[in-house]
Design a protein around this ligand. Structure first.
Ligand SMILES: Cc1cc2nc3c(=O)[nH]c(=O)nc-3n(C[C@H](O)[C@H](O)[C@H](O)COP(=O)(O)OP(=O)(O)OC[C@H]3O[C@@H](n4cnc5c(N)ncnc54)[C@H](O)[C@@H]3O)c2cc1C
Length: 401
């Protein structure tokens, strides 16, 4: 790990990161020709069947970033971080994307949802060991929140945990578990006390996904991928040391994870990457849509929505997101889905039936995967309606209806 002084100024830090990344690029960045051949464009990045090699490469990249000292700019120095800010994390993400490094989607949940909960609420030994494992790519994390009967009404989860000596025994079913099939650990929201008000009876645990009693079954989506899973917990033992936060404080811990999820999925780690925007710009130029009065209003709406979203994400990474969580995350997420909707409308308008039928013309039908993934982003991390409720009630103090 590097011990050299790291600049804190964002521009100087970006240069520092770029230098480190350039040294790693030969091992991880493919030849431009290979990238150009890949016509694929997705809003929900899904690992395809036979993705083991891809996952191994992402883990190796994460280990290399960790060893270079840049894997976790905002993390504590004693855990391999740099003690900087979320704005520095965004600089790293932008650098990786600009230099064409492979996406680290397999790590998204572990780094942006599980890690914040561990950092702020876990017991010291587990906190340190598991955070380092996640940030080195040694472990992949998943989020075990949603259940068949509990999505928006997350506080109604019924998976239960019963104390047995030094352990807890977990029984129930989770669903929509992104990357559950790859995960080594899962952040599980469960009911420890069914006799109190629903929000007060919850506790969070870190589950070993390889423990006896854990069964993971993939769910195939309309995009063709299978990044989701059902997870069955059948008498799974979890030591009390792996309780995240106090007994009965699971809702508080869940909100740490959800606030971070909403902000990060709307920022540099989200679907609106420079790559997507470059492909969109290239498409519009190639089809000469900019000079077509039919398409100009939609181009303007798209540019406005994308610009607003990117400006807000930049601001939040620097300052207010982490103070206002989860409200800022909800605002950012709404701006992101609005921008995605405008892109979908634009792509539909300029491509027409080429979006639905593959004529073999490059950069046309490829957009169908992007378009089909966008509805999922209106749901993931909490639906649009729930974000609006969060903003109205917790942000603006409006009464519940
Ligand atoms: C791409 C993706 C990845 C995901 N990954 C994970 C994951 O890794 N782990 C995990 O635990 N979950 C995950 N989820 C699940 C996600 O969190 C839920 O789908 C989401 O919270 C909605 O829950 P639900 O699907 O049960 O819908 P429901 O809660 O049944 O909602 C159905 C509809 O009713 C509306 N509605 C519900 N309650 C209200 C209300 N109070 N006010 C107004 N409208 C309301 C909703 O907005 C929605 O339109 C993922 C989902 C997606 C799409």
């Amino acid at each position: 790990m590097t011990t050299l002084a790291v600049p804190t100024d964002l521009a100087a830090f970006a240069d520092h990161v770029r230098e480190q990344l350039q040294a790693l690029a030969p091992a991880f960045v493919g030849e431009p020709s290979a990238l150009e051949d890949d016509d694929r464009i997705a809003s929900v990045e899904e690992l395809r069947d036979g993705h083991e090699e891809e996952v191994a490469q992402v883990r190796a990249l994460q280990a290399a970033l960790f060893d270079a000292g840049i894997a976790w700019p905002s993390g504590p120095v004693e855990l391999g971080g740099l003690g900087l800010t979320p704005a520095h994390d965004a600089v790293l993400e932008a650098g990786l994307s600009d230099l064409g490094f492979p996406g680290r989607d397999a790590l998204f949940v572990g780094l942006n949802i599980v890690a914040p909960a561990l950092r702020h609420h876990a017991q010291p030994q587990v906190r340190e060991a598991e955070l380092v494992a996640l940030y080195r790519g040694d472990k992949i994390g998943c989020q075990l929140f949603s259940e068949p009967g509990s999505g928006s009404d997350l506080a109604s989860v019924s998976t239960k945990a019963v104390r047995d000596g030094d352990d807890w025994v977990l029984t129930g079913q989770k669903v929509w578990t992104s990357m559950g099939h790859l995960a080594d650990v899962g952040e599980a929201l469960v009911r420890t006390d069914p006799t109190v008000a629903k929000h007060a009876g919850l506790t969070m645990f870190l589950v070993d996904m390889h423990a006896p009693g854990v069964t993971v079954r993939p769910i195939r989506q309309m995009t063709g991928g299978a990044a989701f899973n059902e997870v069955f917990l059948d008498g799974v033992r979890v030591p009390d040391s792996h309780r995240i936060g106090e007994l009965g404080q699971g809702w508080r811990v869940a909100n740490t994870s959800l606030g971070s999820e909403r902000s990060t999925m709307s920022g540099a780690s989200g679907p609106l990457t420079p790559y997507v925007l470059e492909r969109l710009t290239a498409l519009v130029r190639r089809l000469e849509s900019e000079s077509d009065p039919v398409h100009q209003p939609q181009i303007a709406r798209t540019v406005a929505a994308v610009t607003a979203m990117r400006a807000a994400a930049g601001l939040s990474a620097g300052s207010w997101t982490h103070q206002l969580e989860p409200v800022a995350g909800s605002v950012l997420k709404m701006l992101m889905v609005r921008a995605l909707d405008e892109i979908v409308r634009l792509v539909q308008a300029v491509l027409g039936e080429r979006l639905a039928v593959d004529h073999g013309e490059p950069d046309t039908f490829a957009w169908s995967e992007f378009v089909l993934g966008v509805p999922a982003l209106h749901l993931a991390g909490g639906t649009d309606e729930i974000q609006r409720n969060v903003i109205a009630q917790r942000g603006l103090g409006l009464p519940r209806r």
